[in-house]
Design a protein. Sequence first.
Length: 134
Amino acid sequence: DLIIDENTISHLIELSHNTSWEKTLAIAPVAMFNWQGQDLFYDTWAFEGSKGEKWTNQDLNKLMCYQDELRPMKSIGSCALLNAELLRKYNIDFGEGCFPELCRQGKSFGLNIYCDVGSMIKHPSDAYISGRMV
């Protein structure tokens, strides 16, 4: 239920070539939604900074000045480019905890997890709520 354009997918793949992909489990874009005319960060449940701090809308606004950087994360959510080789090699899965569980398992093997704050995807909440989904 997320809107991801082709350029975002291509950009995440390009980023994977510019990182140490052999040690990177995931690169996630930032998931946003629009509620009553205001753009808000969508996945406050799953996204945690490198020290475990939960991401809020206020934190996201502070991070936007780092748009060209991959942010190291403890956990990401919504959607991500995943390294299938590492998933198979370490037998990592979503378990019962979705992305946070996948990230926890990856971190236990010393793998990297990133968020690209320069890549945005949309959750189509307003379009669904108003019945105008095209």
